[in-house]
Design a protein around this ligand. Structure first.
Ligand SMILES: [Zn+2]
Length: 443
């Protein structure tokens, strides 16, 4: 398997640190608002990555946090006259509902900053003890210039950053590049620490959680490309300071989602919230339609195409399923047909090539084409079972949910009565049963 490692800026052969085990962390949301379709892209992409690794036999430990302390949450709490906890809980629930509707697995580990305060304080104290951080009147800063390789992920270097930094910097900092690990404040929710009463800085939360949960370097750290600098650089710097490694062996970053070729923003009023999109499965299909590193553009017309594509997948898979179910021929088979086999291989190869979901979807669409023809060919139950197996496999990994409830005995009896009526040329009864079967979505 090959993965583009953002840290090195090149595609590399993937090899997990522990055999058949994948430790992955993806930066989660700051919970003060509903998520838009751009926020949903990493969620859907890394869920697909998880599904693929699990299918290939990896034990996946998937962690993604909730930032439940932040200036924006405090502002929102004031505006809505509620506590920060109430605001955070409301948007965590909304986030998980969106995930469920996008058919993302939600049984991952979800640490919240408020539950990790003690560990974050210990983590910062250790950085102070090792002289990588300093306390000025209760604010704690990280000494960036002690980390020689700072900037390697985002292709920056300390010299350029220093000369590019603005003059109006905090006079308490030794260098304008230093970032806040702990902020002394009495505003909003705050915690007692040896440094001061206050709260942690965003850049220290993820790395402190990873340190506690995994206790070793992880395989993959993921997030949107806008997090590379400064967030991920700062995470790496702290990890080098304390643990002498770059936190993750592979860094993966997804591109952003534009709306009609411009950046989505609240102020431009062109933000599409996930909760407002009715067609959740087509949305997932759309989010995977382009390679994760490329920008993705949302346009109404092209989105409608994914509504149709998803419908096609659902209809064809269900037709095969019903056909097999009605005659009790749905069975577990081995894929032996050369054409089906090679499309499954093409699908796998695409994902093993730096998770090229666009090419994987092309393989799915080719499979749908032969499946559509297969339904109309002479009945070959083994072949139909193979088609269904391949369709189920691909849609499972892409997370495209296909509705296939088992048929009731009544459905099956009605189908046989219809066939018998046709055989005995009782056309009146046959027509009546046929209408009923169509109503039930069985013909
Ligand atoms: Zn993070």
């Amino acid at each position: 398997m090959k993965i583009y490692n953002s840290y090195k800026g090149k595609v590399e052969e993937f090899k997990s640190i522990n055999e058949n085990q994948l430790n992955i962390y993806v930066c989660g949301p700051t919970v003060y608002n509903y998520i838009h379709i751009g926020n949903a892209r990493p969620v859907v992409f890394f869920d697909t990555l998880r599904r693929f690794f699990e299918t290939k036999g990896y034990q996946v430990k998937f962690v993604s946090n909730f930032t439940d302390i932040d200036d924006k949450i405090i502002e929102k709490a004031k505006a809505e006259k509620a506590s920060e906890m109430v605001i955070a809980n409301k948007y965590i629930d909304a986030f998980l509902t969106d995930l469920k509707n996008l058919n993302c697995k939600i049984d991952y580990i979800k640490p919240r900053v408020t539950e990790y305060i003690d560990h974050i304080i210990d983590f910062i104290q250790e950085l102070i003890d090792k002289d990588y951080a300093y306390n000025v009147n209760g604010d704690v800063f990280f000494r960036v210039e002690k980390i020689k390789e700072y900037g390697a992920l985002s292709n920056r270097n300390i010299e350029d950053l220093r000369s590019g930094s603005r003059i109006d910097v905090n006079p308490n900092k030794e260098s304008p590049l230093d970032f806040t690990l702990w902020k002394k404040t009495s505003e909003g929710i705050n915690f007692a620490a040896p440094f001061s009463k206050g709260r942690p800085g965003w850049h220290t939360e993820c790395v402190a959680m990873i340190d506690d949960i995994f206790n070793q370097q992880i395989d993959i750290h993921g997030g949107g490309s806008d997090l590379k600098f400064p967030h991920h650089e700062n995470e790496i710097a702290q990890s080098i300071a304390l643990n002498n490694h770059r936190l993750a062996k592979y860094w993966m970053h997804n591109g952003r989602v534009n709306f009609n070729d411009s950046k989505m923003s609240k102020s431009l009023g062109n933000m599409i919230l996930v909760k407002d999109v009715d067609a959740k499965m087509p949305l997932r299909y759309f989010l995977l339609s382009t390679h994760y590193r490329s920008p993705l553009n949302y346009e109404e017309d092209s989105f409608n195409m994914y509504i149709k594509e998803y419908e096609k997948l659902n209809t064809i898979a269900r037709q095969i399923f019903v056909k097999l179910e009605l005659v009790n021929k749905l069975t577990e088979v081995k894929i032996t047909d050369q054409e089906i086999k090679s499309l499954v291989k093409e699908f796998d190869n695409s994902l093993e090539d730096d998770f090229n979901t666009a090419n994987a979807i092309t393989a799915l669409q080719s499979l749908l084409k032969i499946a559509n023809a297969g339904i109309r060919k002479k009945i070959d139950y083994d072949y139909l079972n193979q088609l269904l197996k391949a369709l189920n496999y691909m849609s499972y990994i892409l997370g495209l949910d296909i509705k296939m409830e088992r048929l009731s005995e009544e459905d099956k009896t009605m189908y046989h009565d219809w066939q018998n009526a046709r055989k005995s040329k009782d056309f009146k009864l046959a027509d009546k049963l046929r209408d009923e079967l169509i109503d039930r979505g069985l013909l």
